[in-house]
Ligand binder design. Structure first.
Ligand SMILES: NC(=O)c1ccc[n+]([C@@H]2O[C@H](COP(=O)([O-])OP(=O)(O)OC[C@H]3O[C@@H](n4cnc5c(N)ncnc54)[C@H](O)[C@@H]3O)[C@@H](O)[C@H]2O)c1
Length: 266
């Protein structure tokens, strides 16, 4: 076995390894933090919503205290991200995994209707956020001599959606960022992959369903596209992320995996 392949192999499960999950206070991020924790990892959970992050932590604490670290930061703000990762470096010698889940949705209208603020904020959170986190986390990943990064894009990173030009552009950018990082970091044993969830039953999906005519149009489109007939659950996505963090994904980097109930197939 080559040194590179050996380096990319995780031990069974995530025991003894540390994984940073952003957006861990809710939905897919919370399910991912819990799944990594169940697989044995020490979980560093980052979010801007510290109160809800506390609920994630309490759920883990009810099972077994001690293997989690809470970090407060807005991923859109490079200074806050740098400070959070500096705090993390004081608690950990190395990181094995980074999962970039933090994101915001919402319909902003077509390009003429989308304000500069909406465009800027969507790109800052949904795309630059992952860039900021990866930039600050790389030293800790390198310290472990291998690692995995999983970026959460969207079905709207693969295909267009109504009234969401900023979200679609940011999520398509997440796929480009994933592939560029896969090229740059393969020879360090750092594998970088991307998941594209389709509709998943979370607070974000519930909020998008309250957005008037555009959401009704998108819901009608989704009804015919969801081949499995229902939105997914957060742990459906967390399970695929766990696979990408785990040993069986050792030959995957730069991959884009749809977890969308068939949405992007038709
Ligand atoms: N739910 C879906 O249908 C769906 C579909 C495709 C893609 N996604 C993507 O999955 C990811 C998670 O979505 P979800 O449905 O679990 O949403 P959610 O709203 O339930 O959770 C998002 C989390 O990210 C956090 N967050 C938002 N902005 C942040 C910021 N600037 N800094 C730090 N944390 C921030 C929120 O506080 C929240 O805890 C997002 O990137 C989203 O775009 C979701």
């Amino acid at each position: 076995m080559s040194t590179l392949v050996q380096q990319s192999c995780a031990p069974r499960g995530l025991r003894g390894l540390a994984v940073l999950v952003t957006g861990a206070a809710s939905g897919i991020g919370r399910a991912t933090a819990e799944r990594c924790w169940q697989d044995g990892a020490t979980v560093a959970a980052l979010d801007l919503d510290l109160r809800s992050l506390g609920e994630t932590m309490q759920r883990l604490e009810a099972l077994d205290a001690g293997r989690y670290i809470a970090l407060e930061a807005d991923v859109a703000d490079p200074i806050q991200v740098r400070s959070a990762l500096a705090d993390l470096a004081r608690s950990l010698d190395a990181l094995y995994g980074v999962v970039n889940v933090a994101g915001i949705g919402g319909y902003t209208g077509d390009v003429a209707e989308t304000t500069l603020e909406q465009w800027g904020r969507s790109l800052a959170v949904n795309l630059s956020g992952a860039f900021h986190v990866c930039r600050e986390a790389l030293a800790l990943l390198r310290a472990g001599g291998r690692g995995r990064i999983v970026n959460v894009s969207s079905q709207y990173g693969l295909l267009g959606g109504a009234g969401s030009p900023a979200y679609c552009a940011a999520k398509a950018g997440m796929i480009g960022l994933t592939k560029a990082m896969a090229v740059d970091h393969a020879d360090e044993g750092i594998l970088v992959n991307c998941v594209c969830p389709g509709p998943i039953d979370t607070a974000m999906l519930a909020a998008s369903g309250r957005s008037g005519e555009r959401s009704k149009r998108e819901s009608r489109r989704t009804a015919t596209r969801l081949l499995l007939g229902r939105p997914g659950r957060p742990d459906d996505v967390a399970g695929v992320i766990a696979f990408l963090l785990g040993p069986d994904a050792r030959n995957m980097t730069g991959a884009v995996v749809a977890v969308d109930g068939g949405w992007s197939a038709s």
